[in-house]
Ligand binder design. Structure first.
Ligand SMILES: Cc1cc2nc3c(=O)[nH]c(=O)nc-3n(C[C@H](O)[C@H](O)[C@H](O)COP(=O)(O)OP(=O)(O)OC[C@H]3O[C@@H](n4cnc5c(N)ncnc54)[C@H](O)[C@@H]3O)c2cc1C
Length: 535
């Protein structure tokens, strides 16, 4: 397909890219090409919701980036930054929790000058995206491509978490995406009939037979082709060859929060110093590319359990699971039909806050280092992970060199801002309060982290830093806005260039208060509308 022309070229077949491929090719006169660096998503591991852990150990479907070491965090070791690779992108390897965020997040985007991005503007797109098994109403969709199902709870300790939250004075909430986000409850999931509903399953597979849609896997975009001020095509590497394809209408970059700014920089679009220090001649100076990186910083209370009805990687624990593959394969039932994170909460660390400022993910196992700490997980225990929903610290992503195959340099700068440290320390106290409620009395063993001797903010943070991780929600590196650090405008067009947009999690000016898959798909739904209307 050397020198082939398309109307639209989409770089990246992840959560956003699959939505765009579907919507832009729906009009038969648009010829669309989707380039994906990773493989097709034809593996049972992607289908099985309970196979989440597999992706933390494979580089086939995970870019498996590492951050630069961040001071004494994780004792100076890099923080693992998983990112989906292959059709479906993050949605093919994520924990499938369906969350939209809080209305204040989107109203904040609009208040920054991003017209059309307030909560009321985006609600129709959330509904268009969603098919909720509970049916539709004024807040929920019942006929969109993304299937959303209730939690199938196989761990009795999840019920204890809910009882304990209630006992501790927190409200219960059976719909975090309903009128109120605050409270503790069971999550809903992007799972359909026991199978993961990734963006690829929801949006791409049903339209793969369209003759005006080409999907190229193992195609690593290495450069956007630019003539004058206009994007005209994409250069990419596939099967050892360098190929070029051309876009008569637009190039759309949807490569995710690390790889989208990386591709812009490889094409000479970015801050002057950031480009020249990587050996790239600046073509179009945009200092915000790769800056403004935000992530949900996460730490946890780890508690030993006196019961062994959770998940363990010990021989005994694995033997207890022997029936599960059969239950799943012959009926899509059992522990493998669900995500391992089932219960959680959105809570406020101070009562006068306008919205919850922490999210809890409760797990019936000892979860650390993205599930890669198998030794810890061999013991009986449970974890309550705490994340700071709206971090004020800002990191950045830069290039190591001009080689497209090199991973980006990721500087997370967690805890730069004192408010983030305070929120985390208070969040850990909230988690401890719930875990010490009498509902857990027959489960509770010793607190392993932060440990009972850690009581002051400094003591709590010192221990939490050792177990620090991410919720895998990087955003903000090609932020939407009008200030000098903005990369795209409110139509997601790259400032100062024609026929080039960025459409993915990287355009979020600020991180939303919740998990980011559905919000990213909604960004793509809105972008598709803007593109097709010529805006
Ligand atoms: C382990 C994990 C767990 C998560 N859990 C949840 C959860 O439970 N709920 C939730 O809501 N969110 C979750 N998320 C976050 C959510 O999945 C992401 O926010 C979302 O997928 C981001 O979508 P995106 O389109 O911006 O990027 P991605 O989905 O990452 O898509 C980018 C795509 O571009 C491809 N690509 C990159 N560079 C190139 C290139 N140069 N050329 C061609 N292709 C390229 C990538 O391979 C990838 O397929 C999780 C994420 C991870 C990684």
């Amino acid at each position: 397909m050397q020198d082939e022309h398309f109307d639209y070229i989409i770089v990246g077949g992840g959560s956003a890219g699959c939505v765009l491929a579907n919507r832009l090719s729906a009009e038969g006169n648009n010829k669309v090409c989707l380039l994906e660096a990773g493989p097709e998503d034809k593996t049972l591991f992607i289908t099985i919701p309970g196979a989440f852990a597999y992706f933390m150990f494979t580089k086939k479907y995970n870019w498996s980036f590492d951050s630069e070491p961040v001071g004494d965090i994780r004792k100076g070791e890099p923080v693992f930054c998983p990112q989906g690779k292959g059709l479906g992108g993050g949605s093919a390897i994520n924990a499938m929790i369906y969350i939209r965020g809080h209305r204040v997040d989107y109203d904040h985007w609009a208040s920054l000058g991003n017209e059309g991005w307030g909560w009321e503007d985006l609600l129709p797109y959330f509904k268009k995206n969603e098919c909720n098994e509970r049916g539709g109403d004024e807040l929920h969709g019942d006929s969109g491509p993304l299937y959303v199902s209730n939690c199938r709870n196989y761990y009795p300790i999840n019920e204890r978490f809910l009882q304990a939250a209630s006992e501790s004075g927190f409200p219960l909430n059976n719909d975090f995406n309903g009128p109120e986000q605050e409270g503790a409850g069971l999550y809903q999931f992007t799972i359909r009939d026991g199978k993961r509903c990734s963006a690829s399953h929801a949006y791409l597979r049903p339209v793969r037979t369209r003759t005006n849609l080409s999907v190229e896997c193992h195609a690593l975009a290495s450069r956007i082709l630019l003539e004058g001020n206009k994007a005209t095509g994409v250069e990419y590497r596939q099967k050892g060859e360098i190929r070029r394809i051309y876009a008569d209408k637009e190039v759309i970059v949807s490569a995710g929060a690390y790889n989208s700014p990386k591709l812009l920089m490889l094409s000479g679009i970015g801050g002057e110093d950031a480009l020249t220090s990587a050996g790239i001649t600046p073509f179009h100076v945009l200092p915000g590319v790769g800056e403004n990186l935000q992530e949900h910083v996460d730490s946890c209370v780890l508690q030993e359990s006196r019961k062994s009805d959770g998940f363990r990687t010990s021989l005994g624990g694995l033997l207890k699971m022997w029936r599960e593959p059969f239950r799943y394969l012959f009926g899509r039932k059992g522990k493998l039909e669900s995500s391992i994170t089932q219960a959680g909460a959105f809570l406020k660390t101070a009562p006068d806050l306008p919205a919850p400022d922490i999210q809890l993910h409760f797990l019936p196992l000892l979860y650390d280092d993205s599930g890669r700490n198998l030794k810890l997980m061999a013991q009986s225990g449970y974890s309550c992970h705490v994340c700071v929903l709206r971090p004020k610290s800002r990191g950045r992503m830069t290039l190591r060199s001009a080689d497209p195959a090199e991973p980006p340099r990721i500087e997370l700068n967690f805890f730069d801002h004192p408010d983030d440290r305070k929120t985390m320390a208070n969040g850990i106290r909230v988690a401890r309060k719930i875990l010490s409620a009498s509902s857990f009395d027959d489960y509770r063993g010793a607190e392993m982290n932060p440990g009972p001797d850690a009581q002051s903010d400094d003591e709590i943070l010192a221990r939490c830093k050792e177990k620090l991780g991410l919720v895998y929600h990087p955003v903000g590196t090609c932020k939407m806005g009008n200030d000098e650090m903005a990369v795209v405008d409110s139509s997601l067009r790259v400032h100062g260039l024609d026929a080039l947009r960025v459409v993915d999690a990287s355009i979020m000016p600020t991180l939303i208060g919740g998990n980011t898959n559905a919000p990213t798909m909604v960004i793509a739904e809105k972008a598709a509308d803007l593109i097709l209307k010529g805006k």
